[in-house]
Ligand binder design. Structure first.
Ligand SMILES: [Zn+2]
Length: 344
């Protein structure tokens, strides 16, 4: 099978104790739309896999993993003011981490060249020693670490509207994992860091690439930035595997941030990444992170399964654009920071 979509009802567990944007309805919307959508024979729908608890220690402190487990056992609690754990979170959290790394291992073994993992809870804010920003375990970081230990050069591309501080810091000191993120200017959005001058440390210097962009960035503008910074760096880095932290909260209707993408821009960005992977002959695993408008999460997730082939769902909305000069200014700022490491 060439492509896979990993999804399952286990991700309907992890239920918030109060009204919260990160809720099971996000996955339910994908499952419902999947029933009404013909993806074609190229895409195989596959079941989630739970990670072995000990494997989490590759990226998380054992004390933190035990702390989460204990919180689940007493019926739930809060990891930070934004991040709940409920009595049914354990299985969902193990499945989110397990499924992304299982998909990555299958990709490495040639079982599929493109996989989309529709998982929750999300992961990219989760640090080694704490959960935060709706994230418990860092699903994509675990997959990257497992691949790194197999000797692969991994590129993580984080297209969520928020900076993936958890992922960035887990790999901040290494040149074996490249982390590239497009996100809203952190002066205006959680986690309030992810500035272009934060570019890694020691051997990892230059391997954290923060493409911060202004509120209002639209379809054409994010592609402009991606083409001028991410693509040349990816071409120079020559990864063996691409992991995408796919947050659909870049959408204009998303209540948590201020980007102005439509489904079309989200699809085009995934396509850019797909075409790069195809040109390199390397596999790609796309993992769901944020995105808080259910129809957007459902449509962009299913669109991603047919990256490079067919856009199933499109959108006619035209969103008012901010001046291009503003975006050019941001892009230049990133280039200046990274010019001594990459051909920019
Ligand atoms: Zn996000």
């Amino acid at each position: 099978m060439e492509r896979a979509l990993y999804i399952g009802e286990v991700f309907l567990k992890h239920t918030p104790p109060f009204r919260h944007p990160e809720h099971p309805g996000r996955i339910k919307a994908i499952l419902d739309l999947l029933k009404r959508t013909e993806l074609g024979s190229e895409v195989e729908v596959r079941s989630p896999v739970l990670v072995d608890e000990k494997e989490l220690h590759l990226i998380h402190d054992p004390e933190y993993v035990a702390y989460v487990k204990q919180m689940v056992e007493v019926g739930g609690g809060m990891l930070d003011p934004d991040t709940y754990v409920s009595g049914d979170s354990w299985e969902a959290a193990l499945a989110a981490a397990g499924t992304v790394s299982y998909a990555a291992m299958n990709a490495i073994e040639g079982k599929h060249y493109l996989a989309v993992t529709a998982v929750r809870p999300p992961g990219h804010h989760a640090r080694r020693n704490k959960g935060k920003g709706f994230c418990i375990f860092n699903n994509v970081a675990l997959a990257a670490e497992k691949a790194r230990r197999l000797g692969l050069k991994v590129a993580i591309i984080d297209i969520d509207v928020h900076w993936g501080d958890g992922t960035a810091y887990i790999f901040y000191d290494t040149d074996e994992v490249l982390y590239i993120s497009t996100h809203q200017d952190p002066r205006t959005l959680y986690p309030f860091e992810g500035f272009p001058y934060q570019k890694g440390r020691g051997k990892g210097e230059g391997y954290t690439v923060n493409i911060a962009l202004p509120p209002g960035t639209n379809d054409d503008q994010i592609l402009y930035a991606f083409d001028r910074i991410a693509l040349p760096i990816l071409e120079a880095y020559q990864p063996n595997l691409i992991l995408v932290s796919a947050g659909w909260d870049t959408h204009w209707e998303d209540p948590l941030a201020e980007f102005s993408l439509t489904l079309n821009g989200q699809w085009q960005l995934i396509n850019e990444i797909y075409y790069f992977a195809e040109s390199m002959g390397i596999p790609i695993v796309i993992a769901l992170e944020g995105g808080y408008v259910e129809w957007v999460v459902a449509k962009s997730t299913l669109n991603a399964t047919l990256a490079g082939r067919k856009q199933i769902f499109s959108e006619k909305t035209s969103v008012e654009a901010i001046p291009m000069e503003e975006v050019e200014h941001y892009v230049e700022n990133v280039k200046v920071e990274l010019r001594s490491y990459w051909p920019l």
